[in-house]
Design a protein around this ligand. Structure first.
Ligand SMILES: [Fe+2]
Ligand SMILES: [Fe+2]
Length: 180
């Protein structure tokens, strides 16, 4: 059976183009996004993820009270996953030719979510729920933004979003379990 493949770029042409712009790394001529803008956006995502790592780690350490063991474990698990998100976003910035911004100066203002401490266990859970909901909203918008122009970044954000939705759900379950 013959299929119409005229929309595909000839392999030879692909190779020539890949060779011509070898200094651009993973950003090939068929990349339709604005890589400079993509890097800028991903720096805010990176900052958001770093803040999440810090907040959950701090929460896991200080969580105290009668239900603290299970809550601590949940916070620890989330901290680990936020660290994976952080790493993936940083790798993507690097692939796009940028330098991931890990500078602690101005970190909180670069992030989409806030670093809120929460005075007790319930408040911590609530602050985490808020932060997760902000991250979900932010990532949903960015997924639409990247669309078909940068599918790799979009797919990465989609998989992170799935995980953030689970985090939000976990926090809501904890609130319910604590009668809030
Ligand atoms: Fe995350
Ligand atoms: Fe999260």
């Amino acid at each position: 059976m013959k299929t119409d493949q005229s929309f595909l770029t000839d392999v030879k042409e692909l190779r020539t183009r890949a060779r011509a712009s070898i200094g651009d790394g993973a950003v090939t001529p068929a990349y339709r996004g604005d890589s400079k803008q993509a890097i800028e956006i991903l720096q805010t995502v990176l900052a958001t993820e770093i803040v999440c790592v810090l907040r959950y780690t701090m929460n896991a350490v200080v969580a105290a009270g009668i239900f603290s063991e299970s809550v601590k474990q949940e916070f620890d698990q989330h901290a680990k996953e936020e660290q994976e998100h952080m790493r993936r976003v940083a790798e993507r910035i690097n692939q796009l030719g940028g330098k991931p911004d890990f500078n602690p100066d101005g970190l909180a203002s670069r992030a989409a979510s806030q670093y809120a401490e929460g005075a007790d266990l319930i408040e911590m859970i609530r602050e985490n729920l808020i932060a997760e909901r902000i991250a979900c909203e932010h990532y949903r918008e960015l997924i639409r933004y990247f669309g078909d122009n940068d599918t790799t970044t979009r797919v990465m954000l989609e998989s992170i979003l799935t995980n953030e939705e689970e985090h939000a759900n976990d926090m809501r379950d904890l609130l319910v379990a604590h009668g809030r």
